[in-house]
Design a protein around this ligand. Structure first.
Ligand SMILES: [Zn+2]
Length: 147
C-alpha cells in the first residue's frame, strides 16, 4: 500500500511507499521537501524507481534483510543436500569396510551390520533430499506470495 499526493510546490504527483503521513518526502521534480499530507490518497500503485526517495529508508532496509534471510535459507538447503549425499557415501563405505574387514569369517551379525549401514545411507540420503525438496517448495511459495 502506497500514498499518493501532489507536490505543494510544483504539483508533481508523488507516490511513496515507506513514509507515513507527517513524514518528509523529497520531490523528484523540484527537490522540495514535502510533508506527506493527511489527505494523501491510499493507492495500490507502485512508486516507480525514480519516485521520491524517502528520507528514512527503513522499508528498503527491511526488504534487504528479508532477501538476506531467504538467501541463508537456500544456503542451508544446499548444505543439507551435501550432507545427504555424504550420508549415502558414508553408509556405502561403512558397509564395504565391515564386509571387507570380516574377511574369511563372515558372520550373520557382521553381514547384518553391513546392511544396516547401507540401508541407513540410502534411506538417510532419500529422507534428507525429500526435506530439501519440501523446503525449496516452501521458499518458492513464499517468493510468489511476498514478492
Ligand atoms: Zn515538486
Amino acid at each position: 500500500m502506497a500514498l499518493k499526493f501532489n507536490c505543494t510546490k510544483c504539483g508533481q504527483q508523488m507516490i511513496i511507499k515507506f513514509l507515513k503521513v507527517g513524514e518528509v518526502a523529497k520531490c523528484r521534480n523540484c527537490n522540495a521537501e514535502i510533508t506527506v499530507p493527511a489527505n494523501a490518497i491510499k493507492t495500490n500503485e507502485e512508486p516507480k524507481y525514480d519516485e521520491p526517495i524517502p528520507s528514512n529508508a527503513q522499508g528498503h532496509i527491511a526488504t534487504a534483510i528479508k532477501d538476506n534471510s531467504r538467501a541463508m535459507g537456500e544456503g542451508a538447503i544446499s548444505a543439507l543436500r551435501f550432507f545427504a549425499w555424504l550420508n549415502l557415501i558414508a553408509g556405502i563405505i561403512g558397509a564395504i569396510a565391515i564386509w571387507v574387514t570380516m574377511g574369511e569369517v563372515a558372520t550373520p551379525v557382521g553381514i547384518g551390520i553391513g546392511f544396516a549401514f547401507l540401508a541407513e545411507g540410502i534411506f538417510g540420503c532419500a529422507l534428507l533430499l525429500v526435506i530439501c525438496l519440501m523446503a525449496e517448495n516452501l521458499i518458492q511459495i513464499r517468493k510468489n506470495t511476498t514478492r
